[in-house]
Design a protein around this ligand. Structure first.
Ligand SMILES: [Zn+2]
Ligand SMILES: [Zn+2]
Length: 435
């Protein structure tokens, strides 16, 4: 859940107070007695990098879209009713900043600002310098603690009392900051390597959790028809894996008696019909030779808007803005030679971002991201007992019984209980209902 202060300014006052007390308190009470002048200058430069990157993360605009932006062909027409502009891809309206932010990552209560396309490098540098600073201090504190241990047989008056108290007070504070900021830094870095913002990771997890739901595919099929004026062609897998081949958790192997009882209490006694749920759709999905032309293909394609494709898995879904590890790092953080330079910027403005070559070559859906970006007002009846009994896969049954399986995008929560609202995204219902 997103942290919210009653007085938002506290979000900046608290870190400023902690950084100032820890950095300068440690210097005054401990470091100046043990470090050379040069080492102390280097330490103060390190502290300055923390202040500079923090100030830049606070004051740099995360990147607002131009007022006259017009969605290009093949993009969602997402209109922000607050800013009264069309949103470029990857843009979201922040309910805290009350403005649209390009490539919005999240709203950060500790910088009173959004983290977006334009200031993500500053935010990452801030986290990086805090980690370097707190790690350096931690090493110094450990040296002092080892020193006290080695001197434990000496009289107490030989140990500087103010220094001892400072080590006892600052060590746990420093360790706490080091661990918590490292976790946040690693999370953000993993996202960047994948080419996604935190919001897009959330979106991917949502699609993954609903991947075999009729709700998702009804929405995708309607979107496709609306955008291209024809039915979604048959989808193929490149991974040679199909939902029905997914034997990761076969029901018979994994279920012990306890789980069996639990499941029976939810869906009734187990049926002898073990035919896959997805097999039921087989007759609806027409066979289509990938080499056949479109019209030929269309004839064989199902008429049913609910149909879940058999031969298409989450691994076949391609995120449009994944440029590979190196490409993603450069896209979000700019030139590697400038990563540590306080004023350096990303390689893109957040506007005019081209889908990756992989996406252009291998995407089968032909829809902008997320593919169910429109047509969210779809109601799907919850699966009945017979439907559930026909699935011979425990993980699939678990997914289907999860209340999030058919949840609307605005109501969905990830495994950490985060909804779009927790990233600061303003949920505009009309945004979901229009293409
Ligand atoms: Zn807006
Ligand atoms: Zn914001």
């Amino acid at each position: 859940m997103m942290l919210e202060f009653r007085w938002p300014l506290l979000g900046v006052i608290i870190p400023v107070a902690i950084i100032a007390c820890t950095a300068y308190g440690s210097h005054y009470f401990i470091l100046r007695h043990h470090l050379s002048t040069t080492q102390q200058i280097i330490y103060e430069c390190l502290a300055s990098m923390i202040w500079a990157s923090y100030a830049l993360a606070i004051y740099t605009s995360p990147g607002e879209p131009p007022k006259n932006y017009n969605p290009k062909k093949g993009e969602w027409k997402r209109y922000c009713t607050k800013c009264r502009i069309y949103k470029p891809p990857r843009t979201h309206h922040c309910s805290k900043c009350n403005k649209c932010v390009m490539a919005m990552d999240h709203h950060c209560p500790w910088t009173l600002n959004c983290v977006g396309a334009n200031n993500l490098p500053h935010f990452m540098r801030f986290l990086f310098w805090v980690i370097v600073g707190t790690l350096y201090l931690f090493v110094q504190f450990c040296e002092r603690i080892i020193g006290y241990y080695n001197d434990s047989d000496k009289p107490i008056y030989l140990i500087k009392r103010s220094e001892l108290i400072a080590v006892v007070v600052f060590t746990p504070i420093d360790l706490f900051i080091l661990l918590s900021i490292s976790l946040l830094f690693i999370r953000c870095l993993i996202n960047i390597c994948k080419g996604m913002t935190q919001i897009e990771i959330w979106e991917w997890d949502r699609i993954d959790s609903q991947f075999h739901s009729k709700r998702l595919w009804k929405s995708i099929r309607l979107n496709y028809k609306q955008l291209h004026g024809k039915k979604l062609p048959k989808l193929n897998t490149w991974t040679n894996k199909t939902p029905i081949d997914d034997e990761e958790y076969p029901l018979d192997d994994i279920m012990n008696q306890e789980e069996n009882d639990e499941l029976n209490s939810l869906v009734g006694p187990e049926s002898t019909d073990t035919e896959s749920h997805y097999r039921d759709d087989e007759d609806l999905e027409g066979e289509c030779d990938p080499g056949a032309d479109e019209e030929e293909c269309d004839e064989g394609v199902d008429e049913d808007n609910d149909t879940v494709p058999q031969n298409f898995t989450i691994d076949d879904l391609i995120f449009p803005y994944d440029y590979g590890l190196w490409g993603n790092l450069k896209h979000f953080l700019g030139s590697p030679f400038m990563w540590l330079v306080p004023w350096s910027k990303p390689n893109n403005s957040g506007l005019d971002i081209e889908p990756s070559l992989d996406y252009k070559e291998d995407d089968q859906l032909g829809l902008p991201w997320p593919p169910d970006g429109g047509n969210q007002n779809i109601t799907i009846p919850t699966p009945n007992d017979d439907e559930l009994r026909s699935i011979n896969n425990y993980s699939q049954i678990k997914k289907q019984l999860d209340p999030r399986y058919n949840a609307k995008r605005s109501n969905w929560q990830n495994d950490m209980g985060e909804s779009l609202n927790d990233f600061g995204v303003y949920i505009d219902d009309s945004d979901d209902d229009k293409l």
